[in-house]
Design a protein around this ligand. Structure first.
Ligand code: GLP
Length: 281
């Protein structure tokens, strides 16, 4: 499964560097990744005690205690179920009195921690990373964004009543995300197929902030078959996962029989093209 593969990549990075600074994402897609990481913590001793985390975003107006806040989501899906030091887990404070100061503070905190080593990403139906809605500047930093109708329709289902969903959120900017040393995007399900194809193979545009990942030198995109179903170069991407040495460890995992990897850029080398093939990729 694609989810299993993503959890394994995170676990490997964390084992290689226990002080890893991890960028985290929320949403339904990530729930199973976090459940798997919790299982690895319990069964394999995966150690979170020295890592730091920074989440992408938070709704404006929701305190961390609100059941729909992303702080609540993270505490319950991951933080309270592993041995992470809660003081090392960071999300923007959506209930801050001075929201602009909070955004600046978040960027400063990130810089103080040395920046993000590995940024986990989902993709919204609006093609956003975090809450970088259409026409977000591709160089933007952490700031407040007004949520688009597509995003509101996607996420309002989680609020009761749906009208309670905030209209604004604090989000890391596209530029903030691109500063991460590595990016790892996961998308699953047929409803993401079209936006995934546009993000990976379409032209770069601020209308779809995920296209900015095409600029990132070390970005991996992991998809299940359904989410990959509208890509043009599927055979090429599949061949890479099935043959390239860098994926050997993960191919050997009996637990990832259907992992489908779209390799946007080399994991270990600076190369910013999806294609054409260079250096054997
Ligand atoms: C929210 C988050 C995004 C996430 C998206 C996808 O909008 N701000 O970071 O990528 O949800 O959510 P889901 O996985 O539920 O489709």
């Amino acid at each position: 499964m694609a989810t299993e593969l993503v959890a394994r990549v995170i676990a490997k990075e964390l084992r290689d560097n226990p002080r890893l600074v991890i960028g985290l994402a929320t949403g339904r897609t990530m729930e199973s990744v976090y459940a798997r990481l919790v299982q690895m913590h319990r069964e394999e001793g995966l150690d979170f005690s020295a890592c730091h985390t920074f989440n992408l975003d938070e709704y404006v107006g929701l305190p961390g205690s609100h059941r729909n806040s992303y702080r609540h989501y993270m505490n319950h899906n991951l933080f309270l179920n592993v041995n992470v030091n809660l003081e090392n887990t960071h999300l923007p404070n959506g209930a801050a009195a001075d929201i602009e100061a909070e955004c600046d503070h978040y960027e400063k905190l990130l810089a103080q921690c040395g920046g993000i080593d590995l940024q986990l990403l989902g993709i919204g139906l609006a093609g956003h990373l975090g809450f970088n809605e259409p026409v977000s500047s591709l160089r933007s930093r952490t700031r407040v964004k007004v949520l688009s109708p597509v995003t509101r329709a996607q996420n309002a289902k989680l609020f009761q009543p749906p009208e309670e969903m905030p209209r604004r959120a604090i989000t890391m900017g596209v530029g903030t995300i691109l500063d991460a040393r590595r990016c790892l995007l996961l998308a699953t399900g047929e409803d993401k197929a079209q936006i995934v194809a546009r993000a990976i193979e379409g032209p770069v545009t601020s209308m779809l902030s995920a296209t900015a990942l095409q600029f990132h030198p070390r970005c991996v995109i992991v998809l299940d078959e359904a989410a990959a179903s509208q890509l043009q170069e599927t055979d090429y991407y599949r061949w890479i996962f099935e043959n390239e040495p860098q994926w050997q460890t993960y191919r050997d995992e009996a637990t990832v029989p259907n992992g489908h990897v779209t390799k946007v850029n080399r994991w270990n080398k600076e190369e910013a093209q999806i294609s054409p093939v260079r250096n054997g990729i």
